[in-house]
Ligand binder design. Structure first.
Ligand code: C5P
Length: 316
């Protein structure tokens, strides 16, 4: 083999995967399979993880960055499971070294694990030069977790089923967010379980109307208008009372963000990250500074949305 042909072999691929916030999260009753039907509007945010995959003689995972110490660095990591699932589809060995550079908070309700899985799928499909359609990739993604298809898709989308069935939503302009990261994470199954318990006992702030799976038409119109002031009052999360019940200090965080000048604040997904929608970029910077000083969060970040879906950043 000549030197020239050797030099075109790709040894590693890096993909960038977005985080998400649910602008609307309607949760139906618990299904027989333990999941809940959802009607949700996802928005992908610029806060991201980078996932590098490199040819190797065995499967390995290394994790660096935000919360790295609490992410499993073995075959149970969702990115490793994604690699195994894609190797199964391609009928090949899943030997690959996965390196994850985290910025998305771990167990934060922003789909960080799902982003890592989506990143592994996109990077490996490129490394292995697989002839796989976006739909086939989305099907593998759905088998890995309810939020993985959206991490692939990005932008703004309406999610139904477990959240894995997606339809693009028209969203004009850029929205500016402040994210308050909590000191302790929350487990997604625990938050869903708490919602079931609150609904059974009809306690807390849980919605008792039962119209959980209505279509968020007003929100979608507001998104199409591109006006954050129209979007802000329509933010809604059925999981919020459950997250607040498990971490009552989040109430103070939500209040502090609005007091600091955000248009509205919401628990992101199953929490405990709180997401604040701001009028513009400058306002987000101001809210972030004030929130940092208020001592209600472990860390504060700014982010914008909608961000693109998982994509290849580069190859070596
Ligand atoms: O699909 P994923 O593995 O991300 O879901 C994690 C957990 O969150 C599930 O085991 C379930 O307890 C809960 N969940 C749910 N209904 C959904 C999505 C997740 O009850 N639609």
């Amino acid at each position: 083999m000549s030197r020239t042909s050797l030099s075109v072999v790709t040894d590693s691929v890096t993909a960038r995967a977005p985080s998400k916030v649910n602008l609307h999260l309607g949760v139906g009753p618990r299904r027989d399979d333990g999941y809940h039907d959802l009607v949700t509007v996802f928005q992908a945010l610029s806060l991201h993880d980078d996932i590098r995959v490199a040819r190797a003689n065995e499967l390995s995972v290394t994790v660096r960055g935000e919360g790295a110490g609490s992410v499993p660095a073995d075959a149970s990591n969702l990115a490793a499971r994604a690699a195994q699932a894609l190797a199964g589809w391609a009928d090949r060995a899943g030997y690959v070294a996965i390196g994850i550079e985290k910025t998305i908070p771990v167990a934060g309700g922003m789909a960080g694990g799902s982003a890592d899985a989506a990143g592994a799928l996109v990077a490996l499909a490129h490394l292995w030069k697989l002839d796989i359609s976006r739909d086939e990739l989305a099907e593998i993604a759905a088998g890995l977790g309810s939020d993985v298809p959206f991490a692939l898709h990005g932008n703004t989308a309406l999610g139904t089923g477990r959240g894995e069935q997606l339809m693009q939503v028209l969203s004009r302009g850029e929205f500016h967010w402040v994210l308050a990261l909590a000191r302790e994470g929350l487990s997604t199954p625990a938050v869903y379980k708490e919602l079931d318990r609150l609904r059974d006992t009809r306690s807390g702030d849980v919605d008792e109307e039962g119209d959980f799976l209505r279509s968020p038409d007003d929100l979608m119109q507001a998104l199409a208008s591109g006006d954050p002031r129209a979007v802000a009052p329509l933010l809604h999360n059925d999981l919020q009372p459950a997250a607040l019940s498990l971490q009552p200090t989040l109430r103070r965080t939500l209040r502090a963000g609005v007091d600091a000048g955000a248009l509205n604040g919401i628990v992101s997904g199953s929490g405990p990250t709180c997401a604040f929608l701001c009028a513009d970029e400058q306002s987000a910077v101001n809210v972030a500074a004030e929130l940092s000083g208020a001592g209600v969060a472990r860390a504060v970040r700014t982010a914008s949305g909608p961000a693109p879906g998982t994509r290849v950043l580069g190859t070596d």
